[in-house]
Design a protein around this ligand. Sequence first.
Ligand code: SF4
Length: 209
Amino acid sequence: MKVTRRQFLKVTGASAAVMAVADLGFDLKPAAAAVRTLRIKNVKGVPTVCPFCASGCGLLVYSERDAAGKFVKLLSVEGDPDNPINRGCACAKGSAMFNLREIYDEETGEQKINPMRATVPLYRAPGSDKWEEKEWEWMVEQIAHRVKETRDSSFIHKEKIADGSEIIVNRTEKIASVGGSGLDNEECYLWSKLARSLGMVYLETQARI
Ligand code: SF4
């Protein structure tokens, strides 16, 4: 290929490099298209809800997948612009959700699984300074068992009022519930029905505190 003096000067000028390469007869369109393809190839964005506080901000988790769609590694976590709660924003904690699962090794700089991440339910018995690993079934059973035990032992069936007569109140004052903004209307409705049916009267939501 014969290169003219004008073409040579263009090629050696950094700011005009791309145009110059085109001038030499190369078609850059396929290369530019390939770069765009590579940047998003096998990257999957999945909407989720931030686990930190009960504001319930929506986040998008981007991960790299292999050809079979299997998870390879986490790429980034950012606010979900389609979520009406946070509209793409995320506070410092939500923005750092990436590190819940993966961190960068301080020495090698390599991305690796966060060794501090809890991957199984952990239980600390009353008075203990140790956490024990438990099965989900055990945890759910414990919660149900303790709610029932506390509710039954604290249940108030009747209560005296000002004129000395008794009225039925059917309530417990030993269990309270704090909900979060991550719950939608229907979930709040179902949860409040369950709580009221147990006799709970202290129902609050994080959004109002
Ligand atoms: S992003 Fe921040 S404000 Fe939103 S739910 Fe997470 S911790 Fe709460």
